[in-house]
Design a protein around this ligand. Structure first.
Ligand SMILES: [Ca+2]
Length: 487
């Protein structure tokens, strides 16, 4: 009798082990990742960040409802005019701006570099993931791009299925189809980079029509006004009050359809083109999400939506990405996935370079030792509102040392030291009172709705922020110093 009972217990234990293992393997099914990157998109174009925007992106808005929106997500900046390039290096490697390989500077010296093997594709390959990438060619990190097992890169900025954003989503859908056909069981990491809304913003005819825009190509005339176009942004100016310091900068002077024009017709038409391209990205993203749902993978996939950097298009009288105002320094950042809260917003204070360690933590992978970014999982879990107190930003692609910014709490300092000392400007903003960074030229009535750097009342705050900036420059091995900083 005793023997019989013992056998029963043994069987029972074996059975329960078996069912537990089965349950565990289901619970432990590793998550997939879909990383979506827009090229040149201000967060404020999206209704997720500006409810007044007329840009319709239902799929991106739905991601925000089902996931977490980070308010203060930024890129650390650039040491050259092609801001895309260092931004993409930082995302891929988790390294800070001044610690990137030489290829971050206009893709200079693109020999293999030891960091290449410590980037997203390589890290996820080693962890047993299947990796796939589609994105624009150029202005990125070649050594990291080629680490993905499947790569379909091409620059697609046209207004048709084959020449526009649809091409990128098609590559991903075909990849997912292949996985289904071969019954692939390993989890995937898909990098879905779009080439839009980067200029030239040749939207599809239907979407251009929706936003009242035309693909304007005649430099000697202005595009016609159309009431369907987006209105000028609140912080639009006809001209920036002083020179930004990068002579003959392509993005400020030679973008087809805009050139040096900052009049209302040109800017509203260009915004319409930008929105047409951004809505198309949303439509294409929707197709990929639908395919994931059909495959039963949607709920087990972390979806991250962001852009390499923001964009001005008329705000502050600027057109390009070579400035450090919020519209350009900030990026959209939305994440949803298994175990994450829905419909939440968090401050974050994250950089793009925090992405790799965060994704590693979500996947249960150890991040490479070369990573300098921090995982923001504590923010995603709601344990912290921010992962750092101070944020630092650079534009050093024109005359040197260029522009620098720091943000601490509600306060933000921007400094310009360009044109061999001919332009030395300081701006101090309180972002709680002046989120649009209005300047005196915007003629706003609020006492704090302006640049406060010249106000004696905020002299102590200015001195504090100047000290914070120097500290950040030292901490990040910034090779330059500004005119009023000790060498
Ligand atoms: Ca870009």
């Amino acid at each position: 009798m005793k023997k019989y009972a013992a056998v029963l217990v043994l069987f029972g234990t074996m059975f329960s082990c078996f069912t537990n293992n089965n349950k565990e393997s289901k619970e432990q099914k590793r998550p997939n990742f879909l990383f979506v990157l827009a090229d040149d998109q201000s967060p404020f174009d999206l209704q997720t960040y500006d409810p007044k925007s007329i840009l319709e992106t239902p799929n991106i808005s739905q991601l925000a409802k089902e996931g977490i929106v980070i308010e203060s997500a930024r890129h650390m900046g650039s040491m050259n005019g092609a801001v895309c390039t260092p931004s993409r290096h930082m995302t891929m490697s988790g390294r800070t701006l001044w610690h990137l390989p030489p290829s971050a500077e206009f893709q200079k010296q693109t020999d293999p570099h030891f960091l290449d093997e410590q980037t997203i594709g390589a890290v996820f390959n080693r962890a047993g993931y299947k990796t796939m990438r589609t994105c624009k060619k150029g202005n990125s990190y070649p050594g990291a791009n080629k680490q993905f097992t499947v790569v379909h890169d091409a620059t697609k900025r046209g207004g048709t299925e084959e020449t526009g954003s649809a091409w990128h989503s098609k590559q991903v859908i075909e990849y997912l189809d292949d996985r289904e056909a071969t019954k692939e069981q390993d989890p995937f990491f898909v990098y879905l980079g779009f080439s839009h809304p980067h200029d030239t913003r040749n939207g599809t005819p239907e979407l251009l029509e929706k936003y009242g825009a035309v693909n304007h190509t005649d430099q000697n005339s202005l595009p016609l006004a159309n009431p369907k176009q987006p209105v000028l942004q609140d912080n639009y100016l006809e001209a920036h009050p002083f020179f930004h310091g990068h002579p003959e900068l392509r993005d400020e002077e030679r973008v087809s359809g805009v050139w040096k024009n900052r009049d209302e017709n040109t800017i509203r038409n260009e915004l319409g083109r930008e929105y047409a391209c951004s809505e198309n990205i949303d439509i294409q993203l929707g197709k990929v999400l639908k395919r994931l749902e059909e495959l039963g993978e949607l709920d087990n996939t972390y979806i991250i939506y962001t852009a390499d950097h923001g964009m001005a298009i008329g705000r502050h009288g600027l057109q390009g990405k070579q400035n450090l105002y919020e519209h350009t320094w900030r990026v959209p950042f939305i994440i949803k996935g298994p175990g994450l809260a829905a419909n939440k917003r968090a401050e974050g204070n994250i950089y793009q370079l925090d992405l790799l360690p965060t994704l590693c933590e979500l996947a249960g992978i150890e991040a490479p030792e070369t990573v300098e970014g921090k995982s923001f999982l504590p923010v995603l879990k709601g344990e912290k509102s921010v992962i750092r107190d101070v944020m630092y930003g650079v534009y050093a692609g024109g005359t040197k040392p260029g522009m620098r910014t720091v943000k601490k709490g509600d306060w933000k300092l921007i400094k310009y030291d360009v044109m061999d000392g001919a332009v030395r400007e300081t701006q101090l903003f309180n972002l709680a009172e002046n989120p649009n960074e209005y300047l005196p030229e915007h003629h706003k009535s609020g006492e704090m709705e302006t640049d406060l750097a010249e106000s004696p009342k905020y002299a102590a705050k200015l001195a504090e922020m100047e000290a914070v900036l120097l500290e950040q420059m030292e901490q990040h091995d910034d090779p330059y110093r500004l005119w009023n900083q000790t060498k």
